[in-house]
Design a protein around this ligand. Sequence first.
Ligand code: 13P
Length: 413
Amino acid sequence: MPMVDMKDMLTHAYRNAYAVGGFDLVSLDFLEAIVAAAEQTRSPVILSLAESHFEYYDFELVMAAVETAAQRASVPIAIHLDHGASHASAVRAIRYGCNGVMVDASHEIFTGNVALTRNVVEMAHACGIAVEGELGYVAGVEGEDAQKHPGETIYTSIEEAELYVQRTGVDFLAVSIGTVHGRMRGKPRLDFERLKRINETLHVPLVIHGGTGLSDDQFRRLIGNGVSKINYYTALADTAAARIRSDARNDRTCGYTGLTKGIRDAIRSEVERCMVLWGSAGRAAEVLAQCGLWQPIHHVIVYNAAESSASEVAAIMARGHGVLSEIPGVRRVVTGWSAQETSRFRYCWLIEFAHRKVIDSYRDHPDHVAFANDVFRPVANERISLDFIAMGTTRQQTYDKFDFEAQASRRMA
Ligand code: 13P
């Protein structure tokens, strides 16, 4: 189950002067290709889902596949919301399985950006989730021509960056130093001096958006100045599209599968090139050994409600579903009846938390406190509750490869 803590992953990259790719995916072909490249090069990887792409796929459905791919992989993986637009987006992404979120309030004035980001950081940190913020403005749109979106690049100010990190508590900072999202016109000119000074001032993992179109040398210089995560998408989308066009030319009658069958190979080889160039290739074993594994919690309650009818219990369950599943860090609420009439306890709740920290933040959340004290506890007169660390399932072939006890105590300092 090698989903790992994203803060640990990028701290490892920062300390060891390499960068992990945050590859945006828009389909199962992208997902399979990115994971296959990571397996092939033994690289940690960030599976990234950009909110601007949600019009092209169903986020919830795709996340089910992303999470399964991460759990099945033998290399360390983090799942990240890219360019989250709001607090609600971040809560939803955590519910669907992201263990890192970006809040992009870079279009706001400084104080507005700080306020919005701080709000997300408080919520996400209470759920054990790492947060990326952006200061300055990286123009353009992923997957499109930069000149179609001529918004003005605003370079990150060094003084503001220091205040921003202090005031928001972000774990990683996306900086604007001359890259743009999408296809660039001409050769990008990057302000390395600014990047160097930001890095010397902040000492936090830095993120570059708009990785497409940079030269090998520019990548090396970025990484040499504290860049630990590089976001990359347009080049993958263009590689896939070029492959479709060429397959269509070669076989004018082929159907959907004929047109798309080459996509995975095309994307995989570009991702592998990046992993080797950015220095993440060959790091999987170190990252797995030194970073905390991602271990969700299952909060289980079994109980009896001697004074209540089955329909009263059902009504309380329905009400609890509505209230509890909205609490940040709660991924799923399952309620049920014992399948055996004779069992010691009749009713059950299973509430899946994103992370161990949610045990506390859920317990203290006002909506939980009100529901538990006013509705649930008065009727659940006899009950047991337990919090399980969800370590894996027998279906996951990697389950027995890890020493989970050692992992649990091996959080990076
Ligand atoms: P490119 O599409 O320019 O590679 O940028 C990707 C990105 O920054 C996603 O956040």
